[in-house]
Write a protein that binds this ligand. Structure first.
Ligand code: PEP
Ligand code: MG
Length: 753
């Protein structure tokens, strides 16, 4: 059956006209089905839309009984229409009645029609409804017809979503409606309450123009963009400069497979041939593929959606010739994204950004660390939020409880305003303790240091009243750049950090790369277990030039001051000694060349690998101090990947085994006469910090925002009570001692929040 004269383009144009015509929505829908039927040379054309409870309702028909409109309804999966909605795939049958899913509806009067073609009305990965055509003659519809009907369905989806045909509220299906409030319960990853408007990070494909003016020229435009995309991806892979390996290579290789996939290309080209603009074609094909991937139920495929989204965005950028992807933010921007890297977050700057919501992020991921450093509230693991949200939607988030409310009703809004005000009061209260000493009721002084990694962290030293920087993660500076910082860059950078610190000490941790901390440049082999792989000190010892340059830069930057170096992921004493020898060689070199020297140099070891826990006396013979990296120590102690949101919170740092291990480290270090501190995330949580002080720790390093609350806790604590209590608890078998410790704190009036 050939398409009627004029082809799909004329039809799309006509549809657009109908949409803008005056009159009732129903009248417009009725007209629409008439025009589609005529154009497709079909005797029947019907539109079914989804209502609450996954019911598909006949909204308009040409050819079936008009009395069935708004009366014929199909449940999920019921009949052929239900099947199309469920599979989100076209269904092409020469005799509908022979299909096992066929469900006879006498009120429609469909008896004379044999052939059936149904396509889903898709948008943003959701099925809005089903569009069907039917003919009396028993025949298969051809590819061109299926393509044409899919294109029409896409235009329809757009119109339905925009409320262009009738009030979208009539659909009464929260998942499809853009105006209903939605609540999400994710994970609180960076504290703070934010009220603002949604900005979509790399927003979902936004297509303004659906119908192309000149399909031949449009096809050329698409082909040109596809070529650009393909050569971009090929160049990335072949580039000796980028030298992609590891995960980044895997992603790009997946892109290459997709970019060169003839099926994908042809689907895009077919959509353009049918009259769509290239952008609309990307959206349509992308929507269909995403939906199929989501429905596949295979978590690997579902994960691939993120890559696929990225690919579509890249193609759109080539189409628009627009490389910039950092939008201008409104003053009250709350960013939403599936996932984001630390560099991308930094691109936005901290001025206008009020909050961040991510679907994939664990508390120790780098984007979370940067969000905390920027003081930006962050909610992670908010599944599905980026699909449900539209740019400009109102949103409120609480980075402590992990709540996010999209399009919040007035009551929620006022609850959050009150919460925000309370928080501001608390911040003001904390400001009062800023200049007070961190001393317990029984006179024990606790050194409260802050963690940092970027220059933007340094002003917090003064604001928070921290005693110094207990952990400076130098790798962050390496991770956010496009290229490896030169020796001079590094000298400049460390000098600025030390200048910003003034008299306060700074502990520079040497590069802790590998695992989840991968440089955007350089050679990275793919590893099956990256956190157990070639990382941190292991890289430094195998590739000594990297570490020697860093040490050289630090020695130069710290002239006439005390330089404190901390070596990450020390697994073995011999390894520490080798690294120390490397540092000594650099010191010797500087001396030989008559370079300025630090006044004093101290080298410490991080205790984050359980093996080192048993070697403390030995390591402290050559190390000046040790610092417990509890984030990694807990990951290795419990065999629990800290970057995997499924297990990252499975074991609590307040587990008796963890506390016992920390106690052992503190005792062993003190017997060996070495200084010990703890710089993992647990140091910054008042309840955990209470337990740590109970275990004998006297130096804690944490996010600057946590210094105030931890100090308030310390000032209300008596170590003579807490120490015996915590040590007693270590003998228990509880999964977590949190409840017992909280009860203790409440009983003793210890300030825990
Ligand atoms: C740790 O492991 O506790 C730590 C402080 O280091 P990072 O979080 O950077 O691995
Ligand atoms: Mg670590």
């Amino acid at each position: 059956m050939p398409l009627a004269a004029g082809g799909p383009r004329t039809l799309l144009r006509r549809l657009r006209e109908i949409m803008t015509e005056p009159g009732s929505a129903q009248a417009r829908l009725d007209k629409l089905v008439g025009v589609i039927a005529a154009n497709m040379v079909a005797e029947v054309c019907s539109i079914y839309l989804r209502r609450a409870g996954n019911i598909l309702e006949l909204f308009a028909t040409e050819g079936l009984n008009r009395s069935a409109v708004h009366n014929t309804r199909m449940k999920r999966g019921e009949g052929l229409v239900g099947l199309v909605a469920e599979t989100a795939e076209p269904l092409n049958l020469s005799d509908a009645r022979l299909h096992p899913h066929f469900s006879y509806r006498p009120e429609t009067g469909e008896d004379p029609f044999h052939s059936f073609l149904g396509v889903p009305i898709l948008r943003g990965g959701q099925v809005f409804g089903v569009l069907t055509v039917q003919n009396k003659a028993a025949r298969q519809y051809d590819e061109e017809e299926i393509e044409a009907l899919q294109t029409i369905a896409m235009v329809l989806a757009e119109v339905v979503a925009q409320g262009g045909l009738f009030d979208i509220a009539e659909l009464d299906e929260p998942a499809l409606r853009a105006d209903k409030p939605l609540a999400f319960r994710g994970e609180g990853l960076s504290e703070g309450v934010a009220i603002g408007r949604v900005v979509l990070h790399e927003p979902r494909v936004k297509v303004d123009k659906l119908i192309a003016d000149d399909p031949v020229a449009e096809l050329q435009r698409l082909d040109a963009a596809l070529e650009k995309l393909a050569s971009e991806v090929d160049e990335m892979l072949d580039s000796t400069e980028l030298d992609l390996t590891g995960e980044s290579r895997e992603v790009i290789e997946a892109y290459r497979l997709l970019v060169h996939d003839q099926g994908w290309r042809e689907r895009l080209r077919d959509a353009v041939r049918a009259g769509l603009t290239s952008e609309a074609a990307v959206e349509r094909v992308h929507d269909e593929m995403r939906l199929r991937m989501t429905r596949a139920g295979d978590p690997f495929l579902r994960e691939k959606r993120h890559d696929f989204d990225d690919l579509a965005r890249r193609l759109l950028r080539h189409l628009g010739g627009d490389g910039a992807n950092v939008p201008d933010l409104p003053d009250d921007a709350i960013l939403l994204a599936r996932a984001m890297g630390p560099a991308e977050l930094l691109d936005y700057g901290r001025d206008k950004l009020k909050g961040l919501v991510l679907e994939d992020a664990a508390s120790t991921s780098h984007v979370a660390i940067v969000a905390r450093a920027m003081g930006v509230p962050l909610v992670g693991s908010a599944d599905g939020i980026s699909d449900a949200a539209r740019a400009g939607d109102d949103i409120v988030i609480d980075g402590e409880t992990g709540e996010a409310h999209l399009r919040p009703p007035a009551e929620i809004l006022s609850v959050f305003s009150a919460r925000r005000a309370l928080r501001e009061q608390r911040v003001a209260r904390l400001a009062q303790v800023r200049d007070l000493p961190a001393v317990t009721k029984d006179g024990v002084h606790i050194r409260l240091m802050m963690n940092a990694g970027l220059l933007i962290d340094m002003p917090h030293l003064k604001e928070s009243g921290a005693d110094g920087v207990g952990l400076f993660r130098t790798e962050l500076q390496f991770m956010i750049g496009e290229t490896m910082p030169t020796l001079d860059d590094q000298i400049q950078f460390y000098r600025q950090v030390l200048d910003a610190a003034g008299d306060k000490p700074v502990v520079f941790r040497t590069l802790d790369l590998g695992g989840d901390k991968v440089l955007p440049y350089g050679r990275w082999e793919r590893e099956a277990n990256p956190s157990l792989g070639w990382r941190a000190l292991r890289i430094a010892l195998d590739r000594p030039a990297l570490m020697r340059y860093q040490v050289r830069a630090l020695l130069t930057a710290a002239r006439d001051r005390t330089l404190r170096l901390l070596l990450p992921m020390v697994s073995d004493v011999a390894e520490f000694n080798m690294a120390r020898a490397l540092i000594d060689r650099e010191i010797e070199r500087a001396r030989r060349l008559g370079k300025p020297q630090p006044r004093q140099i101290q080298v410490g070891a991080m205790v984050e690998v359980p093996a080192l826990v048993f070697m403390l006396p030995q390591v402290l013979r050559s190390a000046d101090f040790v610092s417990i990296g509890s984030n990694d120590l807990i990951q290795f102690a419990f065999a629990m990947d800290r970057t995997n949101p499924r297990v990252a919170r499975r074991y609590d740092s307040l587990n008796p085994a963890m506390l016992t291990m920390i106690h052992h480290i503190v005792v062993a270090a003190s017997e060996a006469g070495g200084e010990v501190s703890l710089c993992g995330e647990m140091a910054g949580r008042p309840l955990e910090a209470m337990a740590l002080v109970g275990l004998g720790l006297r130096t804690l390093s944490m996010q600057p925002a946590n210094i105030g609350p931890v100090k308030m806790m310390i000032r209300s604590l008596d170590t003579r009570d807490v120490s015996p209590f915590v040590l007693r608890q270590c003998g228990r078998t509880d999964h977590s001692l949190r409840t017992r410790l909280s009860a203790f704190a409440a009983e003793r009036g210890i300030a825990i929040n």
